[in-house]
Write a protein that binds this ligand. Structure first.
Ligand code: LLP
Length: 431
């Protein structure tokens, strides 16, 4: 099996966290998001224990809320000792409603409106990750009106393409996020923010990309950021307390993806950082990272029911299911690979090549093309594995298809975390 929380029971049914997926489909209906909380917690612990072992004291992994945002997740990450990164007031509202300690929250966004800034300050969010000068001005004046100094990091762009590992002069430097180091604008921005009396600048943030298996893009980014921190320290006498390296490591979606050792990677990144700080004669800053995918993806799967098996003689076989790109948008959007199984016959070698299609009136609504599964029939349950990240979070209601429920599993017991959307919910905003 792709991950250690998946198995097959005596009836040949796929299990997750030891629970029979067919029993879950029967109890809650399909489509259904299933989250294995034990796996989720063990993923959190890989980061928290590696940070505790290898990173300077005060370093912390922050869960990237964008990968999965619902109330239940915040109680898990809170109790696992993680902070969080929030990219919108909606995520902030959800974290706050879940009782998450907002001092451990880092508020992102390349266009925070005045209302967003006021809401986040009023909520007591720990850190802003300031993207641009307009935001810095508004934050400074609002913090002044409240008589506080708001802690903040500045989002900078180191100019790394994670897929070539090359430090390129255009490309990522032209990102809509943050301020470029290479153009000299980051230096100007820091000098400017250091002059704002109600912003307490604590350090820098960068993010190089997502679904990265290798440490080189992280160490390349760290080199650029630490050299820059050293330069700013020398020139302005300002040494950053924090360096935030952005998103976490990649995840195994299909057999051909590598199975990486995140603990060893964090150790290697940490050693690299220490060496680079020594070379720059600066103290090692507290390190932050914002893993999302590698915390939740492999803790989740989605269950669907087959409606039809259509064989176009000489061409293609389509297996149509009761979900769609609405609950599983990443395949249609990014052509992302996923592993698909006939959940009731997980003990049989798959030999039927088919395209698993969603129910939307859109020919690109394909969950996965040309996968090999055990030939299903109407009523069979199909499982799509490793769907815990960026599926519920990116779900939509195109074609007025309601969004699935989400069930959490803990110690072999299931409980509803997000109820199924109803037709009435779909019309709730119509006046
Ligand atoms: N921090 C920042 C600033 C980010 O932009 C991201 C992801 C993360 C953290 C989390 O990265 P992770 O650990 O999950 O790789 N919707 C796309 C993913 C977009 C990710 C964008 N940023 C997808 O479906 O693959």
């Amino acid at each position: 099996m792709l991950h250690d929380n998946l198995g097959v029971n005596e009836q040949g049914h796929l299990t997750i966290g030891g629970v029979d997926t067919l029993a879950l489909a029967e109890k809650y209906g399909t489509p259904l998001y299933v989250m294995d909380e034990d796996k989720l917690r063990s993923n959190c612990r890989i980061y928290t224990s590696a940070f505790a072992k290898y990173m300077p004291s005060g370093s912390m992994p922050l869960f990237a809320s964008k990968s999965l945002c619902c109330k239940r997740i915040y109680s898990v990450i809170d109790s696992e000792g993680m902070g969080t990164d929030l990219v919108s007031p909606g995520e902030l509202y959800t974290a706050s409603a879940a009782g998450f300690e907002l001092q451990k929250a880092f508020f992102h966004g390349n266009n925070k409106t005045d209302a967003d800034i006021e809401y986040a300050v009023d909520s007591g969010v720990g850190f802003f990750i300031i993207d641009n000068r307009e935001e810095a001005d508004k934050l400074n004046s609002y913090a002044a009106s409240k008589g506080i100094k708001q802690k903040a990091l500045l989002r900078l762009t180191p100019g790394i393409d994670p897929h070539t590992h090359a430090k390129i002069s255009t490309g990522k430097v032209d990102s809509k996020f943050g301020t470029a180091i290479e153009t000299g604008q980051a230096e100007q921005f820091i000098a400017y923010v250091l002059g704002l009396s109600n912003i307490d600048l604590r350090g820098y943030h960068c993010h190089i990309g997502s679904q990265i298996f290798d440490i080189a893009p992280f160490t390349d980014a760290a080199d650029i950021m630490l050299d820059f921190a050293g330069f700013i320290n020398k020139k302005y006498g300002y040494m950053c307390e924090y360096l935030n390296l952005g998103g976490g490591f990649g995840v195994r979606y299909v057999e051909s993806d590598p199975d990486i050792d995140i603990d060893a990677n964090i150790k290697a990144v940490s050693e690299h950082i220490s060496g680079r700080c020594a070379a720059n004669a600066i103290p090692v800053p507290k390190i932050l990272m914002e893993p999302g995918r590698s915390i939740v993806a492999d803790a989740g799967l989605t269950l669907y029911t087959v409606g039809s098996v259509k064989e176009i003689t000489g061409f293609k076989n389509y297996v149509s299911i009761d979900g769609a790109m609405t609950d599983h948008p990443r395949s249609a959007l990014h052509q992302s690979p996923y592993t698909v199984l006939n959940a009731g016959r997980a003990d049989v070698r798959p030999d039927y090549v088919c395209t698993v299609a969603g129910r939307c009136c859109e020919s690109g609504d394909l969950i996965q093309e040309d996968v090999k599964i055990v030939k299903p029939a109407r009523g069979d349950v199909i499982a799509v594995l490793v769907t815990g990240a960026y599926n519920h979070a990116m779900a939509m209601t195109y074609n007025k298809v309601p969004r699935p429920a989400m069930v959490f599993l803990k110690d072999g017991k299931d409980s509803l975390a997000v109820r199924r959307e109803t037709y009435a919910d779909l019309m709730a905003l119509d006046v």
